[in-house]
Ligand binder design. Sequence first.
Ligand code: ATP
Length: 696
Amino acid sequence: MESLQDVPRIGDKTAQRFIGHFGSEEAALNAILNGDIASISEIEGIGQKFAISLVHETRGIIDGVTLTDFLKTNEAVNIYQRLLDVIKQFANTGYARDKLHIYIPYPSSKINLIKQIQDTVNYYRKTADVFGKDDKFLKMLSHIKPLKSNYPSGKIRDRTILTTDENVYANLKKKYGSFVDIQIVTDSSEMLDIARGYSHAITDDYLDVDYSEDMELEYVTDLEKLQDWQIIPEKEIAFYAKNLPAIDNSLDVIQCLRSNDFNFFEQMDNKDLEILKETLELIDEKGDVATGTDPEIDRLSKIHERIYETVSKTVEYANAKLDKCLEESKMTLSGQDMLRVMNGSMEIQDLMRKEIYQSYQSILEEAKDSITNELKLEKQEKLFVDSLFPDEISYPIEIDDSQVNALKQDIVRRIQKKKVDHKRQISKTLHEYHDIIRELVYSVLDFDVGFAIGRFAREYNLEMPQLIDGAGIGFVKGSNLFLQSKYGDVTPIDYSLGKTSQNSDNNRHVLLSGVNSGGKTSMLELLAQCVILAHMGFPVPANASEIGITDGLYYFAKSKGTLDAGAFESSLTDFSVVADNSSKVVLVDELESITEPGASAKIIAGILETLSENEKSMSVFVSHLSELIMENTQCDVRVDGIEAEGLDSELNLIVDRTPRQNYIAKSTPELIVERLARKASGDEQAFYKRLKYKFD
Ligand SMILES: Nc1ncnc2c1ncn2[C@@H]1O[C@H](COP(=O)(O)OP(=O)(O)OP(=O)(O)O)[C@@H](O)[C@H]1O
């Protein structure tokens, strides 16, 4: 498949939405081919269901197999979906939860693919043995998402490029115009004016500007030779920042796997992983230089943040101190001073100023020291503090706000300059990994898909089946997964039919009889689970098993109530599909309710005869009519039975869940009636007792 047009169900309009979402047709097509159902579902108007069908159909075209090629009935598909629901609980990422849908059961023609998947699952099983319960590792995975690349890239407002050359201007405008302001200047005063409006200006011509320290004008000989990381380092950093948790945690997961001897993502060696990790520590999720990267930036940022509060608190304190000092002051005039005041050669204010000057100065000095220490100011910055306070005594003490603003501006300029230097280095390094990082994150996301299967296998003690040729299924200590996920522990069952090392009679067709609630349906489900999982290349819920590889599973669940004539007809039509001579497993639960017992037995006998003529078929029919069915057929059918011995003290059935071979078990509905009678009281109990009496 080379374009979106080759993908089923994608018309022009949908194709445009795909391209808009993924950024390019190639990326959109890759998402479909890689089964990235999670990302496809995010496209507006495309739900998860559509995404799953789209991926299935596309893979169907490529592999030549679809889901319903093996799962021949809706109820077989239903069991598959319920299995998938159990497996999905072990995914840590939404990506894996959705992508698990790409695993489907394959028919025998794809035996090589099934074995290939078995090998992969075995690898993941080992990873689950090591990390399956490692909460830290699971948490890392849960932070990983497919990378975003279509986020709005904002303009960098505090940087400009100035040139006097029209050609340079035109070229840069085309390339970088949407990211930074590119401007043409003609003389030095224009250059100065513009440059002062930005915290960083880059130019290729100083135009004899009287360069002052309060502006950041960077001179380069050739603007056109500058790289992206020099002009707009923020762009590359933004990609990493937007995807920081996903990338960072992916790196951690790889490092964890490698430190436990799992080779993973060998396209990148440990040294590069380390460089990436260290570089990413220098940025935060907003794309800014992270705290801790440069102590000087951190110091300046703290000053910037706290200067207003510190200065105003200090001035408040100084004024309180001045108040106190004034309250405690007394002035005694000498006779000489009195004469001077009286003859006008001295003002009384001068005398008073002289009196409190010392105290005033020491309060100011203390305030200055306090600001300097509090904000950890350095030599040059202390000059600002000196100029904050008036030389003349003033009451109350008032500071010069414009000086605080000037200090703030100076600090911002210095922070920006340092940040640009860091961002350039960071961007240069990150750019080198731009292409491989996508591959890296997707590898880890795909790891979570396999890891979910591995954890599922570990949690339920699943084991890889032995795949065998010919019609046969056998297992030791099999446990129905649906019962396990609902109740926890279940009684394990040994069972076999057809040609397996466990089965001596080689009988491929079985009637399963037995007590109500004995576990017949659960047994049938267990068989279906083993067949489906084995054909997916997955392990099965049994300690040891042999599963014959076939071309289809037909599962017919118990119908609800007796069917009317039309429904009876359509049921028979459904069953006609088992008549072909392909290899198959047919599992049927209490078909007898489709019509009255006598007729049902004849129909089941007929179906069994048809099936037994096909050497490559196996079947299990759960039925309460086994004796009647056997009377109606000559073909080789084994009857197995699950029988109850009675009720225990808690009124539970005492039942051996493993069917006895060649044994017709009684349905013993009287046991259920007895249980109801013993549990009920009053009229209800009398009713059940009457029913029970009928069996005595
Ligand atoms: N192997 C098992 N271990 C523990 N509990 C089981 C097992 N198999 C079945 N059960 C329990 O028995 C209940 C009834 O099982 P199930 O529906 O399979 O019986 P059934 O023989 O098909 O009954 P019916 O003839 O009434 O349809 C299950 O819901 C489960 O609680």
